[in-house]
Design a protein around this ligand. Structure first.
Ligand code: SF4
Length: 307
């Protein structure tokens, strides 16, 4: 059975986030150099019902009933969620079954489409990315589908800001020497001032990226850049652990379902699953030995990723 729901996983911004995956692995309109999931295998702009809406809802209802603490239901996961043509219908149906807020993590590439913007209006929080504002840097960092124009995305996000009553947190992922030049940052700042998001989230390449040349900025550099964006700007802080009781029937499946979506550390898994690290480590060692997952080291931290 295909699993569309994962977590709840601890998220730096969303607390315990129950993830909903709306597209097959690496189905995306971009192929970002910093992507944690590896190279995009299906670069597309085609919007369709990639997975059956009905089955997603059945699994979601079950997950909601099993977990005591969910701060957000989050469309995210293995690719670009707005490529799923049922996203609007799903948000509407989720709103009928639970009061848990709905967040959409998106690369924003389809915001030039009026219909898509309309579909997201019932969400509580939308987190679009905007890593580049010139065509050249956009191509370098996001490696988009050939029909996408960054100018149209920016216009689309501005329109969405006017249409949408919920929260918009704009995420900017910076890679050293790629999109962090002063001239480019000044351009991003002036466009962000026009967009007027509720928050600006500065991020850098903190997890193993697709391309080795996608390098992180130092925290002092990010702190300096933060000043350019003003008071609504935050550097995304590390998640602070909280108590979470788990009801996972099968810890191995739960671990694999999280690692499938992104590389994680032992601490990430321990917080997410509410189990102590030594117990999880037994499963991780078993999965490594069986070749299901592998260990990668990135900036001094040990991550587990799918093999
Ligand atoms: S980071 Fe997001 S937008 Fe970029 S390639 Fe990966 S899934 Fe697509």
């Amino acid at each position: 059975m295909v699993e569309y729901i994962y977590g709840p996983v601890p998220s730096r911004r969303l607390g315990f986030s129950l993830g909903v995956d709306l597209v097959p692995f690496k189905t995306c309109s971009y192929d970002c150099i910093y992507c944690q999931l590896g190279k995009t295998t299906n670069k597309t702009l085609e919007r369709k019902e990639y997975f059956p809406e009905r089955e997603i809802l059945v699994q979601l209802k079950k997950a909601i009933s099993l977990h005591q603490k969910i701060d957000y239901i989050t469309f995210s996961g293995s690719g670009e969620p707005t490529l799923n043509s049922k996203i609007g219908s799903l948000i509407r149906k989720i709103k009928k079954i639970t009061k848990i807020p709905v967040a959409v993590l998106t690369n924003g590439s389809l915001f030039y489409q009026k219909e898509l913007r309309k579909e997201l209006l019932l969400a509580d929080l939308v987190i679009p990315s905007l890593d580049a504002v010139t065509p050249e840097i956009f191509r370098k960092v996001n490696r988009p589908h050939s029909l996408i124009k960054v100018e149209e995305i920016i216009e689309g996000i501005k329109k969405f800001r006017k249409e949408f009553k919920g929260l918009i947190w704009l995420e900017i992922m910076l890679a050293k020497g790629v999109n962090d030049g002063k001239e480019h940052l000044d351009k991003i700042v002036s466009i962000v001032q026009e967009i007027k998001p509720d928050k600006i989230h500065l991020n850098t390449v903190v997890r193993p990226p697709t391309e080795k040349f996608a390098l992180p900025l130092f925290s002092e550099e990010l702190s300096e850049i933060k000043k350019l964006f003003g008071k609504n700007c935050e550097i995304i802080a590390e998640f602070k652990p909280r108590e979470q009781k788990t009801y996972s029937e099968d810890l191995k499946t739960a671990i694999l379902s999280i690692i499938k979506r992104r590389p994680v550390s032992l601490l990430d898994l321990s917080i997410s699953l509410g189990k102590n690290q030594s117990e999880i480590l037994k499963y991780l060692d078993f999965l490594v030995q069986n070749g299901k997952i592998k260990v990668v080291h990135y900036h001094g931290i040990k991550y587990y990723e799918i093999n």
